[in-house]
Write a protein that binds this ligand. Structure first.
Ligand code: ATP
Length: 304
C-alpha cells in the first residue's frame, strides 16, 4: 500500500573491529570489520510531491557547510536507483533531520541512504525485495547494507557483505564528535602511506567476536581494534587527547570510530557513561553524547 508520508529512522555505526588490507585492483581496501549500530540516529521523512525536493536540518553544533549541494546528496542517488529499478520517476519531498555527525566516521550518509530506500519503497508502494534493497544499498556505499541490517554484524569485502552477529548485551558509549569532519579517502590514503607492506588479507576479528560472545565489557574493551586509527591520529593529533581524557574520566577504552574524527569511548554501564560524559562536558569544548548499542537498522517510525 502506498502512503502520503513516511518517516524512517536509521542509526550511526561504530566499528568495534576495523581490519584493513592493502588496496585491491579496483582501489577499494578489503576489510574485516564488526559494526555496531548505536542509538544516534538520523530521521528521513518522505512525502508525496509532484516533483523532487530535498532539505536537510542539522543541530547547531554540526557544520552545515560540509553537506553536499543540491542533487549531490546520497539520498538523491538512492532515490534514482530505486526509481530506476521500478521504472518510475523519483518524486517526493524529502526532509533529512541529522543527528549523526557529517563526515564523522559514523556512516551518517549511509544511514540516510538506507532510511531513504525504506521510506521511498513504502511511499511509492513498490514492494522492493530485501535482496534488491541490499543490492542497491551496496551500490550506494560500503556501509549502506549494514545501516539496513543494524544490530551487531560482521562486514567483509569492502564492508558491504554483512552477516549478523549474536550480541545479547547492551553496551554503553560516550561519543565525542568534532565540528570539522575528515574525508574517508584522505584517511585511507594516509593508511596506505603508513602501511606500505599491508597484507592483502585484513586482520580477522576473532578476539572481538570472542569478546562479544563472552558478554564481558572488559574483554570487549581490550579487543576493540581500528587499523585506521594511526592514520586518523596522524591527521588529527588532538584526538589522542580526547581519547586520553575519556579514559582518565573512567571510560574503559577509547578509539576512533571508523575513519574518524568522532571518538567512541566504551563505558562500564549507563551510570559510568553519564559520569564520563559529564566530566568530558566540563573539560572538552564541544558536544558530548551518550548512546547505547546494538540498536535496530533502518525502520519506519511514522506512517501517515
Ligand atoms: P564514510 O561512510 O565514508 O565513512 P562518514 O561516516 O565519515 O563517511 P558521512 O557523514 O557519511 O561521513 O559523509 C561522507 C561524505 O558524504 C561527506 O563528504 C558528505 O558531504 C557526503 N554526503 C552525501 N550525502 C550525505 C548525507 N545525507 N549526510 C551526510 N553526508 C553526506
Amino acid at each position: 500500500m502506498s502512503r502520503s508520508s513516511v518517516t524512517v529512522r536509521a542509526p550511526a555505526k561504530i566499528n568495534l573491529h576495523l581490519g584493513v588490507g592493502a588496496p585491491r585492483a579496483d582501489g577499494y581496501h578489503p576489510l574485516h570489520t564488526v559494526y555496531q549500530a548505536v542509538g544516534l540516529c538520523d530521521d528521513v521523512t518522505v512525502s508525496r510531491s509532484p516533483g523532487w525536493t530535498l532539505g536537510v536540518t542539522v543541530p547547531d553544533w554540526m557544520d552545515e557547510g560540509a553537506l553536499p549541494g543540491p542533487g549531490d546528496n546520497i539520498v538523491d542517488r538512492a532515490a534514482r536507483l530505486l526509481a530506476d529499478l521500478h521504472g518510475i520517476e523519483p518524486k517526493a519531498e524529502v526532509r533529512i533531520a541529522k543527528s549523526i555527525p557529517v563526515a564523522g566516521g559514523m556512516a551518517g550518509g549511509s544511514a540516510d541512504a538506507a532510511a531513504a530506500l525504506v521510506a521511498l519503497d513504502r511511499l511509492w508502494g513498490v514492494d522492493t525485495t530485501d535482496d534488491d534493497l541490499l543490492r542497491i544499498a551496496a551500490q550506494l556505499g560500503s556501509d549502506v547494507p549494514f545501516a539496513l541490517h543494524g544490530g551487531t554484524a560482521a562486514g567483509t569485502g569492502r564492508g558491504e557483505v554483512v552477516e549478523p552477529v549474536q550480541d545479547d548485551q547492551t553496551w554503553w558509549w560516550v561519543l565525542v564528535p568534532s565540528r570539522v569532519g575528515l574525508s574517508t579517502p584522505a584517511v585511507y590514503a594516509r593508511f596506505d602511506e603508513l602501511n606500505p607492506g599491508a597484507s592483502s588479507e585484513p586482520p580477522a576479528p576473532s578476539d572481538l567476536l570472542d569478546a562479544i560472545a563472552s558478554g564481558g565489557v572488559h574483554q570487549l574493551a581490550e579487543a576493540l581494534h581500528n587499523d585506521l586509527q594511526p592514520a586518523t591520529l596522524d591527521l588529527r593529533p588532538e584526538l589522542a587527547d580526547v581519547i586520553d581524557a575519556g579514559e582518565q574520566a573512567g571510560a574503559l577504552r577509547g578509539l576512533v570510530s571508523g575513519s574518524g574524527p568522532t571518538v567512541a569511548l566504551l563505558c562500564d554501564g549507563v551510570d559510568d557513561a553519564r559520569a564520563v560524559a559529564g566530566a568530558l562536558g566540563e573539560s572538552h569544548h564541544g558536544v558530548v553524547l551518550v548512546a547505547n548499542g546494538p540498536v535496530a537498522g533502518a525502520h519506519v517510525v511514522t506512517y501517515a
